[in-house]
Design a protein around this ligand. Structure first.
Ligand SMILES: [Zn+2]
Length: 235
């Protein structure tokens, strides 16, 4: 779908916006931003984070892509609905929920709103108060975001090493299976389409993330298989 918008700003310059309903921030940017913001907030509020949950939170608003009848970047990107959905989490987990909620809110605000430049790329930021589509109109940010996503991934990997969070990916944890959510819903689908719907600069970052998030799942599988074999021998 191509939609053209023309409007005037107070200085009477006319902007013409024509674009397909395109992806703005890709999975790499959302996942990296979610981890960086979640990790930073965990330091500020002095709480531990569950790394798989952070990755799930940073990508979960895009679940609308899998639900027929719901427009992409519609209600699931509303900060009002996300805030309301976060209340039970805060009630149950108190301060520990803050990094998760921060990663969740980061998705529409930093990931999608700031990089959108017109209606067709906008998000329903304040649904259900208004069904208007909001967009940041930061053209420079929109253009540069592919490269920013590569930089954000670099910062994320650096943080993983510096904070020793990388060790988490080398160990068996009950929550490791959550890594399958971003892999199956956001990362792998990129490679099931032709042509690949991400800029060339983001193909290797996508592959890096697929490998990184797959390692803990494979470690869990190995642990389960070894455990089963031991049980077979015992019984
Ligand atoms: Zn989104």
């Amino acid at each position: 779908m191509i939609e053209i918008e023309i409007w005037q700003n107070p200085y009477f310059t006319v902007h013409v916006c024509f674009a397909e309903k395109v992806q703005l921030t890709f999975a790499v940017g959302h996942l990296a931003l979610g981890y960086i913001i979640g990790k930073t907030s965990s330091k500020i509020f002095k709480v531990d984070i569950n790394i798989p949950s952070l990755f799930v939170a940073s990508i979960i608003p895009d679940i609308d892509l899998l639900i027929p009848g719901i427009e992409h970047r519609g209600p699931t990107h509303s900060i009002i609905l996300l805030f309301l959905a976060s209340i039970p989490l805060f009630v149950v987990w108190k301060k520990k929920a803050i990094p998760f909620i921060a990663a969740l809110i980061t998705h529409p605000v930093l990931g999608d709103y700031l990089t959108s430049t017109c209606r067709v790329q906008g998000i329903q930021l304040f649904f259900p108060l208004t069904k208007n589509w909001f967009y940041g109109s930061f053209q420079a940010l929109n253009t540069a975001f592919v490269f920013l996503e590569v930089i954000l991934l670099g910062i994320m990997l650096l943080l993983l090493v510096m904070t020793k969070d990388l060790q988490f990916f080398m160990q068996s944890h009950s929550s490791n299976i959550l890594f399958a959510v971003p892999i199956v819903t956001a990362l792998l689908p990129v490679f099931t389409q032709f042509p690949i719907p991400v800029p060339t600069a983001l193909i290797i970052p996508h592959l890096i993330l697929i490998i990184l998030l797959s390692v803990p799942i494979l470690i869990d599988l190995k642990t389960i298989i070894v455990g089963c074999k031991k049980n077979w021998f015992v019984s």
